[in-house]
Design a protein around this ligand. Structure first.
Ligand code: ZN
Length: 495
């Protein structure tokens, strides 16, 4: 493929207009043989319970050309495991009733895998003893569908899960925070045990791990009002303190620095402009307290160690398993997140799913811009900050007021798929994560079949080894799934 500067490509595309076809230079040179690309779709247990296994599989195979299931097996997240978010309309299938989602493990935990952790039983109570993997796997196999498990690290664990509090994090005021600590031995052994349990107890083809979390630095610069930030600025538990000391980090200085950063963010959110301006005051805190970034790195490496733990535990249980990672949306919205989550450092995995949700992406990106322009970059008008951030992210021009209703420009899928591919240099496969019907406010962009067609086609033509339709079947309209399916067929037909 002939090289083309991405910035030049963006500029060209923007001039041509959002609906323009991609330049032929970005198309795959030869269409892959039929069936080569992974076409995944994420599904929660509730859909099989509501509609029956065969009905669900018929719908996604016929309409979406799906060849790989991503079953939300361990999750506490309504957005992944629940039916529909309260207040949003239901799609054209499934039960039309809001659900009190509980979550946990939708397979069956086997006791021998949890000997080294106090967290013994996380069986989801939602459907009694029903085991999604035991029920779905035989039907999937009959149809030639591959089955990957989708497990989520979560910050919404149920309070009534026995011993869960002992695994969780400590904030900068010594307060309890409801997200698990990556350095806590009971958490480490739980993650390893659960991964081995699922990979050896069921004949699955793959496993995808998701951890939509970030370190204390990125949480501390978020806007907030009131006394204390609601974001998780963690972790100062005994395990993290010990690890910090081993690195020569002065924990008390780190704490002091983080509290100053939080005070800065609160005052900035309220428009109390420091005499030297927002950015210099922010930067001064960082230079006064280098422990802030040292502690951020400590947290991030602990979090990445959990990714590695999942990968190695899966491989130990079953070497042929395809183990990979879902990488959250922030990675293509925030230059700070992008810096700390480089794809090449995760390229030991068998695949990476970069979240490139362009339809809901517009309102999410606007949210990020408005947040950054409320604290560190408050001296920059938000529209201008968007332009600056677009340069940092290598995107073309956009309008802040239109982002929500327009979504991200369609070349975003191409650019971010290409960036992921260029980062990993063939060491791992890239399965672009695409959104279908993630609930959006009425004034914001809603999904259409044409949207899904274009995002799917753009990801494949950019060279992705596959696509994963997200977030879950129970929120997707069937014609929109079919839009993705049509793109798959047209791609193989060379269109
Ligand atoms: Zn900790």
């Amino acid at each position: 493929m002939k090289a083309i500067s991405r910035r030049k490509f963006v500029q060209t595309s923007v001039k041509i207009g959002a609906a323009a076809l991609l330049p032929s230079v970005l198309r795959a040179e030869t269409p892959a043989a039929a069936g080569e690309k992974l076409v995944g779709l994420q599904i929660g247990a509730i859909s099989f319970v509501d509609e029956g296994i065969n009905q669900v599989l018929d719908n996604i195979q016929e309409r979406g050309q799906v060849n790989t299931l991503f079953l939300a097996t361990f999750t506490y997240d309504t957005g992944i495991g629940g039916r529909q978010l309260p207040g949003y309309p239901f799609p054209d299938h499934g039960k039309q009733e809001y659900l009190d989602f509980r979550g946990g493990n939708f397979a069956t935990p086997h006791a021998q895998f949890y000997k080294n952790t106090i967290l013994k039983n996380t069986k989801a109570p939602d459907h009694g003893d029903w085991d999604m993997l035991a029920a779905v796997l035989p039907e999937a196999k009959k149809r030639g569908l591959k089955t990957y498990v989708f497990n989520q690290d979560s910050f919404t664990w149920h309070k009534d899960t026995p011993h869960i509090a002992e695994l969780q994090e400590t904030g900068i005021y010594g307060q309890h925070i409801e997200s698990c600590c990556d350095l806590n031995p009971d958490y480490i052994n739980f993650v390893s045990g659960m991964t081995k349990d699922i990979c050896s107890s069921y004949d699955i083809d793959g496993l995808m791990w998701s951890s939509e979390r970030q370190g204390p630095f990125n949480n501390a610069i978020q806007p907030f009002k009131g006394e204390r930030p609601t974001n998780r600025i963690t972790c100062f538990c005994k395990h993290h303190r010990k690890a910090a000391k081993e690195r020569g980090i002065d924990v008390e200085r780190a704490l002091e620095g983080y509290r100053k950063l939080v005070d800065f963010s609160r005052a900035s959110t309220q428009g109390e402009r420091p005499v030297d301006g927002y950015f210099s005051s922010f930067w001064r805190i960082l230079t006064d307290y280098p422990e802030i970034l040292a502690y951020e790195k400590l947290w991030t490496e602990g979090n990445h160690a959990t990714y590695a733990n999942v990968y190695h535990s899966a491989k130990e249980a079953k070497p042929s398993i395809q183990a990979g990672f879902h990488i959250w949306h922030s990675n293509s919205l925030s230059p700070f997140t992008k810096a700390e989550m480089p794809y090449e450092r995760l390229a030991y995995a068998d695949f990476i799913k970069p979240v490139v949700y362009n339809i809901v992406g517009g309102s999410r990106y606007a949210g990020y811009i408005n947040a950054a322009a409320s604290t560190v970059f408050r001296d920059v008008p938000a529209e201008e900050y968007l332009r600056l951030n677009n340069h940092l992210m290598n995107y073309g021009d956009m309008s802040l007021k239109d982002l929500g209703k327009d979504g991200m420009p369609e070349e975003y899928v191409t650019l971010e798929t290409k960036r992921a591919l260029d980062s990993v240099k063939g060491k791992t496969k890239i399965y672009t994560g695409l959104d279908i019907d993630i609930p959006a406010k009425p004034e914001n962009k809603q999904t259409s079949p044409e949207d899904v067609y274009r995002s799917t086609m753009n990801a494949l033509k950019a060279g992705a080894e596959g696509v994963i339709f997200s977030r879950k079947y129970s929120e997707m309209k069937l014609p929109n799934i079919a839009g993705g399916g049509k793109a798959i067929k047209d791609f193989y037909a060379g269109k």
